[in-house]
Design a protein around this ligand. Structure first.
Ligand code: NAD
Length: 438
């Protein structure tokens, strides 16, 4: 099948490469020349395990083409996927300007009387796809075009996105056109997974409901961690005991500094806005957002409680700035926010992240921050170590040896990567999240 992808970010580039790997003829378009130039040369504009090799292979095999030529790209695809960003606007609602710009451009270049399917993979609020349809028509002007719109929300996770695209728990497709759904199913037949066929609105809402539910799980265990800290219970033991219940499951039950990233914060907020716009006060979501905001502050308070709020005579080693492990993405990263808070209180920071250093530099600049070239280097002569991202390599460091390089053996572990007892054994003053002191 001939497939076009509009927007080559985390979702578009990975989806395009994976579709090409499944045997389709894929054309990927972006409006940023530099990204397309890099992709053509086989250099990925984003960090994602295995992506460079995959894109290199499908490009060489002639099934994957990157372009900035909108006309060529839109004419190519029987199915055209919109994968552009939908960040939060100032009010917290989803900014749909990129989606509408893309859909208008699609309309402008759609060939006359040649049936096409326009698929929205970007996360968009319920009922947006009706406007996408209008936007495509607007772009087409007086041309006679023949197309249907489908909502096909994406569930991949950064860091494991190629695996996720090949092993998704389900595919959700929604439209009022059976013909369009049949055509889209042709692509996903490749996967042995459940395909949820539904209407446009339900497909759109499934994505928000799923993300809001996962964010709720995170805020829930973070709230439990607060009770643990006040009672002597251990949040890891509680999470394990809860997660073994199949009705609950173990995932998204790691207490920490709160959820961040380019999806959860904006999607939870956008769903709350959608509910308000429809005259419903989604109180549970307010609590989820509130708990998330407080969790970050509770963690910083552990540092302030030890050193006071003026940190100008302190240097901290910081491990991790990406919003999660295995990605270079720092969008809405809680780790990045905490680094900014510590710096704002006067602290000097020695920082390391295995993949996100370039993005961290862009966002933080050089004031008070030294960018180190290894995990080990952040331990040298610092007053405390602060762990902010759950990279596995941080869990397996030799803390007995490395902490001897510090001015003081103090560790603030915002991801519960380490065990309090192990730390105690090597003489470290350890602060986790909701960990028992017994
Ligand atoms: P991104 O910012 O990484 O990529 C978006 C790309 O679209 C950019 O390369 C940008 O240059 C391009 N673009 C913007 N306007 C364009 C236009 N008019 N025409 C062509 N290209 C244009 O975004 P992302 O993280 O890939 O997310 C895309 C969508 O998928 C969002 O709605 C997001 O919520 C959703 N989503 C993201 C993830 C994730 O983990 N990143 C997971 C599931 C769903």
């Amino acid at each position: 099948m001939k497939i076009t992808i509009i927007g080559t970010g985390y979702v578009g580039l990975v989806s395009g490469a994976v579709f090409a790997d499944w045997g389709h003829e894929v054309m990927c378009l972006d409006i940023v020349d530099k990204k397309i130039e890099m992709i053509k040369k086989g250099v990925m504009p984003i960090y994602e395990e295995g992506l460079e090799e995959l894109v290199d292979r499908v490009q060489k095999e002639g099934r994957f083409v990157a372009t900035t030529d909108y006309k060529k790209a839109v004419e190519h695809g029987e199915i055209i996927f919109i994968c552009v960003g939908t960040p939060s606007n100032e009010s917290g609602a989803a900014d749909l300007s990129y989606v509408f710009k893309a859909s208008e451009s699609i309309g402008k270049y759609l060939p006359e009387n040649d049936y096409r399917v326009v698929v929205t993979k970007s996360t968009v609020p319920v009922n947006t796809n009706n406007s996408v349809k209008e936007s495509v028509k607007k772009g087409a002007g007086s041309k006679k075009i023949d197309f249907d719109v489908v909502s096909n929300p994406e569930f991949l996770r950064e860091g494991t996105s190629i695996y996720d695209a090949n092993n998704t728990d389900r595919v959700v497709i929604g439209s009022s056109s059976e013909k369009a759904l049949d055509k889209l199913e042709e692509i996903y037949k490749h996967l042995e997974t459940e395909i949820v066929r539904t209407d446009l609105q339900s497909a759109e809402l499934i994505k928000y409901a799923a993300n809001a539910f996962l964010a709720t799980k995170i805020s829930f265990i973070n709230e439990i961690s607060q009770i643990c800290e006040r009672t002597g219970a251990d949040v890891k033991a509680v999470a394990r005991g809860m997660g073994l219940d199949k009705r609950i499951g173990p995932k998204f039950l790691n207490a920490g500094i709160g959820y961040g990233g380019s999806c959860f914060p904006k999607d939870v907020e956008a769903l709350y806005r959608t509910s308000s716009q429809n005259f419903y006060d989604f109180r549970l979501l307010r609590g989820v957002m509130d708990a998330n905001e407080r969790q970050k502050i509770y963690f910083v308070e552990k540092i302030w409680n030890k050193y006071g709020e003026n940190l100008s005579d302190k240097t901290f080693g910081v491990l991790g700035v990406a919003f999660k492990n295995d990605t270079d993405d720092v969008r809405k990263s809680v780790a990045l926010e905490i680094v900014k808070i510590l710096r704002g209180a006067g602290a000097h920071i020695k920082l390391y992240d295995p993949a996100a250093m370039k993005n961290a530099k862009k966002s933080l600049g050089n004031d008070y921050i030294s960018y180190m070239d290894s995990s080990e280097a952040v331990f040298d002569e610092v007053d405390a170590l602060v762990i902010l991202t759950e990279w596995q390599e941080f869990a397996s460091l030799d803390y007995a040896d490395l902490t001897t390089r510090m001015n003081d053996k103090v560790v603030f572990d915002g991801r519960n990567l380490l065990e309090p007892e192990e730390m105690q054994k090597v003489g470290v003053e350890y602060y986790g999240i909701g960990r028992s002191k017994h």
